[in-house]
Design a protein around this ligand. Structure first.
Ligand code: UDX
Length: 456
């Protein structure tokens, strides 16, 4: 592949949604395309702004999206669709102005296209108006898109607020039988808003000039085939992106690297790594159950407690009394970890995760079995794929409760079931590597994408 030809000096503009799980894959994609010779400009919100000094080879253009006006609500309002809708309204004018200026100003390098996060559905109309091709980056799985499309968010059905007491709680959802009613009740607290978000996102993905997926063909083959029957838009499955570029440079919180020397001292595959990602919240009592579960199981653990993650606490105030003293060197708690390095470390034995899509892919790439505790949006869907389709993890079915936690960790870390899970996920890890090698599916898809963008 020619990475230096003149045709490749075209500029690509990228526009990430300003949340960690979306910024990481977009900046990884930016770096991948830069390696292939494109000039890169990132239009970004001021909220969660990436650090331009980490990327001297890319150009950054901030816009004033006004998210600071509602940022306080993040600690209490769990309706993700509220923030997405807000951004899709507040970004219209500043994004259009910024893009129009870039189109007028750039004489040296032709702007080939704009790549925007799929959740920024408003950008298709702006791109059309400015006659610029738009590609969509979908940061979640294909399975998630299929499930979202199938679920009856717009109906008057009450299935999204089902509780343990309802007889349907454990029953499969007819529209997407992989999921149970208890799973879909976690997806959203605002089904109507979610329905609008899904409709807008999918329609504008289909209207775009191409869809880029952070996944690989061998993992989601049958979902890719299903999607291809309905969506004629060219699709590119070149993931997992972090295999080309690590996520550490786009981390919004400083990663605590001191834990690597602690991991170095632990026996192989002995450590339970716990992290619930960048946005999930848990209650004080759930937090305490996690602590008791980790204490009772008796294994070394590395636990990421993001400041603000425990509702009503700044950081560790709600830990059981003397918890850290009692655990001593057996357990480490950090605010944020270098997650990819932790998962790649030989001491890491399992990943107790919320199943954000990036975390799920990162675990697969390192062959680390998962314990699934999804919180909301796409996570319950990813978790079902992990436990029931790919069978590379154990679902912590009944939430955070110390006995259940202890049992789930033992299943993965000590039982035969855990060994089988490890074998299956190691197999997937090998498939990822094959797909990224020359001639593999992700390698080919990346080359197709590069040629496609060069053709604009
Ligand atoms: C949410 C969604 O659930 C996800 O599926 C969606 O696509 C994006 O938004 P989030 O909570 O951010 O995701 O989780 P995830 O997608 O797993 O992304 C978290 C990122 O932060 C990962 O790349 C992970 O490596 C990184 N991380 C996490 C750290 O660098 N350190 C940590 O301690 C924890």
């Amino acid at each position: 592949m020619d990475t230096n030809g003149s045709v490749r000096r075209k500029t690509v503009i990228l526009f990430p949604l300003p949340f960690q799980g979306h910024i990481n894959p977009m900046l990884q994609l930016a770096n991948i395309l830069h390696t292939y010779g494109f000039k890169i400009t990132i239009i970004h919100a001021q909220y969660n702004s990436p650090n331009p000094s980490n990327y001297p080879h890319l150009t950054f253009k901030p816009i004033d999206e006004g998210f600071s006006k509602i940022v306080d609500q993040l600690a209490t309002n769990l309706d993700a669709t509220y923030y997405i809708r807000y951004l899709n309204e507040s970004c219209v004018d500043p994004f259009r102005d910024c893009l129009a200026k870039l189109l007028l100003g750039d004489q040296e390098s032709k702007i080939a296209c704009v790549i925007t996060d799929a959740a920024f559905y408003f950008t298709q109309a702006v791109a059309d108006e400015l006659k610029l091709p738009r590609l969509t980056l979908r940061t979640s799985s294909m399975g998630c898109v299929l499930a979202y499309d199938a679920l009856p968010f717009d109906s008057n059905k009450t299935c999204f607020c089902i509780t343990k007491e309802d007889s349907d709680y454990e029953v499969s959802v007819p529209e997407y039988p992989l999921l149970k009613f208890k799973d879909i009740s976690k997806i959203t607290i605002n089904p109507q808003g979610m329905g609008d978000y899904v409709t807008n996102t999918i329609n504008q993905m289909k209207a775009s000039s191409g869809i880029i997926w952070n996944t690989f063909k061998e993992l989601e083959k049958s979902d890719l085939e299903t999607i291809s029957q309905d969506v004629r838009t060219p699709s590119f499955t070149l993931g997992p992106f972090h295999k080309y570029f690590p996520a550490s440079s786009s981390s919004l919180i400083e990663q605590d690297r001191t834990i690597i020397s602690w991991l170095d001292k632990q026996p192989p595959k002995s450590v339970v790594y716990v992290s619930f990602g960048s946005v999930a919240l848990i209650t004080k009592s759930e937090f305490q159950e996690v602590a008791h579960g980790l204490a009772n199981v008796g294994l070394p653990f590395l636990w990421v407690v993001r400041p603000g993650m425990v509702v009503g606490s700044e950081w560790l105030e709600s830990l059981p009394e003397n918890f850290q003293e009692r655990m001593g060197d057996r357990g480490r708690i950090v605010k944020w970890s270098p997650q990819q390095e932790v998962l790649a470390h030989p001491a890491t034995g399992c990943f107790w995760t919320h199943n954000g899509w990036n975390s799920t892919l990162e675990s697969i790439c390192e062959g680390v079995p998962m314990i699934c505790s999804p919180c909301f949006v796409d996570q319950p869907i990813n978790a079902r794929y992990v436990s029931d389709v790919w069978m590379i993890g154990v679902f912590l079915e009944d939430g955070f409760e110390r006995m259940g936690i202890e049992m789930a960790i033992k299943r993965v870390m000590m039982d035969k079931e855990g060994e089988e899970i490890r074998e299956r996920i190691s197999c997937l890890k090998d498939k990822v590597n094959v797909s990224l090698d020359e001639g593999g599916s992700s390698f080919q898809s990346l080359n197709n994408l590069v040629d496609y963008i060069s053709s604009f």
